[in-house]
Design a protein around this ligand. Structure first.
Ligand SMILES: *[C@@H]1O[C@H](CO)[C@@H](O)[C@H](O)[C@H]1NC(C)=O
Ligand SMILES: *[C@@H]1O[C@H](CO)[C@@H](O)[C@H](O)[C@H]1NC(C)=O
Length: 657
């Protein structure tokens, strides 16, 4: 495109963005973030089929989600018009596949479009022409360009000319290569421009968008040329996301060799190709061989990616199926709980460390000690003495000046949360644990009851926005200097939930390759414990390993997790699941059950060796731990705040090396 054309183009663009000449050659647009600094947008690809192949349904759902997320713009990953692009600026397909399809008010935003290989089979210049923008002011399509949206910088890359086979073996297709000749220097200049744009960018998040895949287990697979030429530039410049279409699916691959997430949103219309290739399950986080689209929400500290299919009840805006949902945290310190002052406030959330588990940091008190409460099996809107337990936690929390609270899961009864908007979150959490001393970080794992609802809702940053104490992740590491906590997602270990779920429906999204999920998790737990240099090693899960209660031992954990705890000299295993308070001391590991957050008094207790069983209390209550470098003191309390049991564990001072 000639410079004059660009300038004419820009003149037509209105007030949303400004063309800024930069030292890089790529046209540059600015899109302001929301007043709170955040940004949200949808991504759709491979769509223009005059509404056919569910294009209209995808568009409808985009409208609903777009409204909900108050999106700032839409990105199209190309293949905008099938089969052969546009025939010219007057091609009716522009109306039939774009203007008349994406009609929802929330989609009346700027569309940033790149070209796909199908677009190159028509009149490419037509799609780039300002005439289309006169027809529909949302339309902006350029070969390669930059959108600066304050916290994020987007580099849109024209990927089609990279692919050799379109040149050497075009079959029956005719490509419109006007404007990219000579190809070699076109590509070399483009790569140089992308590299310098990334190097110059000071944005928190760097996002590259193209039509073709870099990594994909779909029909087209990896694009060899981009792997060789573009990927090294993305890696060198620590790009956070590469977003593409081309494969007609929704897909997320999390690279193990760099921090890049590869996100495919190519489900805008025709899909269901049915040919998925194998991909390393460590990287392959999500694959959906059907229609849909993606949303991205960005804050300075987090990128939240969700994929949606075409379903969703028009009457109920909450009911879109979210297929995959992944908050990706920025490698920086997050002032998690800004309201709280004093010594507790510091949490760092590092993304993708050597071990795969997310890692958080929590500072010690100035005197080098750490104290926290543990409660489990609680969310019942205050009933079954939940409020009484909460009240006593507030008193003890104050006395011990606790640093945080651990929840051992079964956070919401009976069936987890129905979604991010479920009022149970307020009724069972925010409005219950109201004491000032409990206004600390809560580290939560999921229980089996949580898996019976919308699991992703409990993991969602939306809850953290509602109550900044909330942090729930499937498995993660908490590094509190003298102590390292490894939180383990134990529910997927239990065969019964898969083989004999009874009337319960479990939400196994994210766990659907169960075997790999579990073996990866065990490997990560083992790696985290081996790497830990902390004095105290504590593992937290929902399910029991050793218990004389109603559920008893969890045989899958006994077989698979316990050997790892023993090998790594773990000091404590902390769990819930059995609705009681219990302490079993066995082979140097303290097994501590704190599952008395609400309903209890089951009355069915099994025999356990009195040598090992130090406490069994078949009622409501909670646990506190206070630790220093040389000692940990564990206390159990009932609903009246009476101390039921006290146990202190000495730690030998490390011998001089
Ligand atoms: C439309 O979507 C439904 C639900 O995903 C699917 O079963 C059907 O095959 C789709 N139709 C086409 C033509 O792809
Ligand atoms: C509440 O706690 C008291 C005291 O432990 C107990 O007697 C009572 O049964 C509990 N209520 C429920 C519903 O569990």
């Amino acid at each position: 495109m000639s410079l004059t054309l660009i300038i004419t183009f820009i003149a037509l663009l209105g007030s949303l963005y400004v063309f800024c000449p930069s030292s890089a050659e790529l046209p540059w647009f600015e899109h302001p973030a929301k007043p709170d600094g955040s940004l949200s947008f949808l991504v759709v690809g491979d769509w223009g089929r005059r509404g056919a192949y569910n294009q209209t349904k995808v568009a409808h759902q985009m409208g609903i989600v777009g409204e909900k997320l108050k999106i700032d713009f839409i990105i199209s990953t190309g293949d905008n018009f099938y089969d052969d692009g546009l025939t010219g600026v007057d091609d009716a397909a522009f109306f039939e596949s774009f203007v008349n399809i994406y009609t929802a008010p929330s989609l009346a935003k700027q569309w940033y479009n790149v070209l796909g290989n199908h677009d190159y089979r028509g009149d490419v210049e037509a799609q780039l022409s300002p005439v289309l923008r006169d027809i529909d002011s949302r339309w902006l399509c350029l070969r390669s360009f930059i959108v600066n949206a304050e916290i994020a910088e987007f580099i849109f890359v024209d990927t089609t000319p990279f692919v050799n086979k379109y040149f050497t073996d075009p079959e029956d297709h005719v490509y419109d290569w006007n404007g990219i000749q000579p190809r070699k220097s076109y590509l070399a200049n483009l790569l140089k421009d992308v590299d310098s744009a990334l190097k110059e960018s000071t944005a928190k998040w760097k996002i590259v968008v193209g039509h073709h895949t870099i990594k994909s287990s779909g029909h087209h697979g990896n694009t060899h040329e981009l792997n060789l030429q573009l990927l090294p530039i993305l890696q060198e410049n620590e790009v956070d996301l590469y977003i593409n279409g081309h494969d007609h699916c929704l897909e997320r691959i999390s690279s193990t060799e760099s921090g890049i997430q590869f996100l495919t949103s190519g489900g805008g219309s025709k899909a269901w190709k049915g040919d998925i290739d194998w991909w390393n399950p460590k990287e392959d986080k999500f694959y959906y061989d059907g229609q849909g689209f993606m949303s991205v929400q960005i804050t300075p500290t987090e990128v939240d990616v969700a994929f949606y299919d075409i379903f969703g009840n028009v009457d109920n805006q909450k009911s879109q199926t979210i297929l995959d949902h992944q908050p990706i945290n920025m490698g920086m310190q997050i002032p998690f709980k800004k309201l709280m002052l004093l010594h507790i406030i510091f949490i760092a959330c590092l993304r993708l460390s050597a071990a795969e588990l997310q890692r958080f940091e929590h500072r010690l008190k100035h005197d080098g000690s750490l104290s926290f409460l543990v409660v489990g099996d609680w969310g019942r809107r205050g009933s079954y003495n939940q409020s009484l337990v909460a009240y006593q936690m507030g008193l003890i929390g104050e006395k011990l000046e606790i640093d945080f609270v651990i929840s051992t899961g079964d956070n919401f009864y009976e069936d987890g949360l129905t979604g991010e908007e479920d009022p149970a979150f307020l009724d069972s959490f925010t409005s219950i644990y109201t004491a000032p001393s409990l206004q600390k970080q809560w580290y939560n794992v999921l229980g089996n009851h949580d898996y019976r609802g919308d699991v992703e809702a409990q993991l969602s940053p939306v809850l953290t926005r509602k109550d900044s104490r909330w942090l729930c992740s499937r498995s993660f590491i908490l590094d509190a200097e003298i102590a390292e906590f490894v939180f383990v997602d134990t529910t997927p270990f239990v065969d019964e939930y898969f083989e004999d779920p009874g009337d319960s429906t479990y939400d196994w999204r994210g766990v659907y390759r169960r075997k790999e999920y579990l073996s990866d998790l065990l490997k990560d737990v083992d790696g985290a414990l081996k790497n830990s240099k902390a004095k105290w090693k504590i593992v937290v899960g929902h399910h029991t390993i050793k218990s004389a209660g109603h559920h008893g031992v969890t045989k899958e954990l006994l077989l698979r997790l316990l050997p790892i705890l023993e090998e790594n000299n773990v000091d404590m295993y902390v769990n819930g699941h059995d609705h009681c308070l219990q302490h079993i001391s066995s082979n140097g590991i303290e097994f501590l059950t704190s599952g008395g957050g609400s309903k209890a008094w089951r009355g069915d207790r099994n025999w356990w060796s009195p040598e090992e069983l130090k406490l069994y209390y078949d009622g409501q209550g909670f646990m506190s731990v206070k630790m220093t470098r040389s000692e940990a003191v564990v206390l159990f309390y009932d609903v009246h705040g009476n101390i039921l049991h006290k146990w202190s564990i000495p730690k030998e001072p490390l011998k001089a090396a």
